[in-house]
Ligand binder design. Sequence first.
Ligand code: PMP
Length: 442
Amino acid sequence: MAMPVQKRTLVTEIPGPTSVKLHEQRSAAFAAGFGVTLPIFVAEAGGGIVVDVDGNHLIDLASGIAVTSVGASHPEVVAGVQRQAERFTHTCFMVTEYEAAIDVATTLNRITPGDHEKRTGLFTTGAEAVENAIKIARSYTGRSAVVVLSHAYHGRTLLTMTMTAKNVPYKEGFGPYAPEVYRVPSPYPFRWTGEFPAQEAFDQLVDVVTTQIGAHNVAAIIAEPIQGEGGFIVPPVGYLPKVADFAKEHGIVFIADEIQSGLGRTGAMFAVDHEGIVPDLVTTAKALAGGMPLSAVTGRAEIMDAVAPGGLGGTYAGNPVACAAARAALEVIEREDLPARARHIEEIARPRLEALAGPSSYIGEVRGRGAMLAMEFVEPGTITPAPDAAKRVAAYANGHGVLTLTCGTYGNVIRLLPPLVIGDDLLVDALGVIEAAVRSLA
Ligand code: PMP
């Protein structure tokens, strides 16, 4: 199938009549607890374009939440999936083995930070990777406490939901939560009132760990090197290296959750690379398999191998079709140097977004790295969150054919997560729509 025409074209209102009808059927058939950003039904997608069932071509600034970095139907991913599906779709890696899983593990061992000996375990979803990273850290240390940051997002399963910070919609009504999860204040530079957020937040982490938990009881400290769902919060320079050093000093496993920020998205292969941090364990998912469900935990061999055979796994863990997709996606990310593409996207987008900010603007801050950029909306001249302004801008962009996502603890952030292969023309067109959307607030 050919790549959809790479041009924004609207032929109906958004959503169009066919999507509206299908959405009614959805409401009758599908559980209400699943939200939707834009109720259009997709017919095909590829490059930087999503085509809906009414024939509208929308620019994709979502990538299915940072998944389709290589595009939604990269020909090499499609070919890998087809070839593997024809040979076999599944054996269960814990029953009989296959090479594609080893290829993916070997690549992850090579490209994750640090040249120490590593092992990888493959799973299916991001939450499952985080859960398993915690299981591995507990098994290795013989300790149970897990330290998480404010504004964190790690998933929706019981443990990862507990580790996630935001109550509505992720936790409300789903308690009681998992035990032994401790949250520390973490630096949100735009909102941190002190002068030295890296040092002050680090001091608070140390205080909580030593006075409330006991460092010797802590199995793991986990951090997203750029907080994703929390609002694309970039920690101040120096904070994460201090945390990683503190963990090392106390025999605590330091886990970088790179599920959203990893594999080229921020302009480096991993977001921790910007500060030269070498985590003990790294979780990946999303962009890993070009749209197929696959996740991984990669890290120090002695930690990863602490779990006895049989302790890790899952029926679909490292599914062969997903591994074939990942093999292709990883090759494209490396060969086409998609981290460089992410930096190129930032060069085009950041100045345009920054020009929209200012003292009388609803945009309080533009932040992020590479192709993981965001605008935080506030009441002009204050830092009071303005979630309605963000929603109005997102609705305008969506209605004009630019698929955008909001995020943030206060729901007041618009995030840009284009496929890394998006063409410059499409990106520039999308930025024009966002500019018009922001101006429409005034
Ligand atoms: N960790 C991070 C940093 C994420 O962004 C996400 C998903 N948004 C997850 C974990 C959970 O991944 P999944 O939805 O695949 O379970």
